[in-house]
Ligand binder design. Structure first.
Ligand SMILES: [Mn+2]
Length: 332
């Protein structure tokens, strides 16, 4: 996106939020800190402007425990309570309509739709598309919007924005130019960055440890796969009854540390539907044999999924052996 085009889109986004008399903000299914942080930061700004606003996500029914610590939770509503018609619908951190789940049916009822996102595959399904894949987090784009709109960033809004930044950069492991400057600015509002990070990224119930033990015992490494090596593990539905989605999602962060593999995959079996799997993929940016790393968003795309160059995912169906074999075959 060119600078001039960027500025025009930002102006259009500001015009959309400034003119709105009612707003719905939709986050993606299985919400993470970037989508909820983006949604609540924007909603807090709208609330301060006196604009009626509701934030929602289609599933699961409950917000993961760690995300309940974000300010602005009083603006969250159940999917059934999301109005069918609204002046402005804002979609945050969703690379595709399908990431809205059942709430995608609210898109036609909005006079204006604003899409704010940093996923490369996003084809722009809004009236206004504030999409920039160079942003480290969607909260970075929300920060740009609030700045252009002239909204002061107080500690509550900063907390939400920091939550998306610190999680999407993996505690600044994948920080980009500007990430640290944004963090510095948010921390200057007085928020406790260390505590926010600990709650979001470094805290699990004890039941996580036995779950991890079972899952890691399934790990397999194929050093020759795709020329860079693949490591994978299986999360069986039966092993996840005592833990929340955050514990399941964190498995990939252990598996991806394998030195012998440039690509990591975790196959997560759906509860109550044992032939359905969601697959997380990670790529190292300097894997042996691939100086720039393997583009896992492209691999996920082959299975109907998507994401970012170094972090992506897809949904697939079959027994454990077949879903693993399909990925191994594709990687070659
Ligand atoms: Mn994100």
């Amino acid at each position: 996106m060119t600078g001039a085009r960027n500025a025009m889109v930002l102006d259009a986004a500001v015009a959309a939020v400034a003119a709105a008399r009612s707003v719905t903000v939709l986050c993606h299914v299985q919400p993470d800190a970037d989508t909820i942080g983006s949604g609540l930061a924007l909603a807090l700004a709208l609330e301060r402007k006196g604009v009626p606003v509701a934030v929602s996500f289609a599933e699961p029914a409950e917000l993961p425990a760690s995300l309940r610590t974000l300010p602005g939770g009083h603006l969250l509503v159940a999917p059934a309570d999301v109005p069918l018609e609204v002046d402005l619908l804002v979609v945050v951190d969703c690379g595709a309509r399908s990431r809205l789940g059942a709430l995608a049916d609210r898109l036609p009822g909005a006079a204006t739709t604003l899409v704010i996102d940093h996923h490369r595959a996003n084809d722009g399904f809004g009236t206004v598309d504030l999409i920039d894949e160079s942003a480290a987090s969607t909260t970075e784009l929300v920060t740009r919007l609030l700045d252009a709109w002239g909204i002061p960033i107080d500690a509550d809004i900063a907390h939400c924005l920091f939550a998306g930044l610190v999680t999407d950069t993996g505690s600044f492991r994948w920080a980009r130019t500007g990430s640290h400057a944004m963090a510095e600015r948010l921390l200057a509002t007085g928020i406790d960055g260390a505590e926010i990070t600990r709650v979001l990224l470094d805290t699990h119930p004890f039941s996580w440890l036995p779950m991890l033990s079972k899952v890691l015992s399934t790990a397999v490494v194929i050093p020759s796969a795709a020329g860079v090596g693949l490591v994978y593990a299986l999360v069986r539905a039966a092993d996840t009854h005592d833990v929340g989605p955050e514990e399941v999602e964190s498995v990939i962060d252990v598996v991806r540390t394998t030195a012998e593999a440039g690509i990591a995959a975790v196959f997560k079996e759906a509860r109550g539907q044992n032939d359905r799997w969601t697959v997380s993929l990670r790529s190292r940016d300097s894997a042996p044999g691939a100086a720039d790393g393997v583009d896992v968003a492209a691999i996920a795309g082959l299975f109907g999924g998507g994401g970012h160059r170094f972090a992506a995912g897809y949904t697939t169906y079959g027994n454990a052996v077949d879903v693993v074999q399909a990925l191994v075959t594709e990687l070659g």
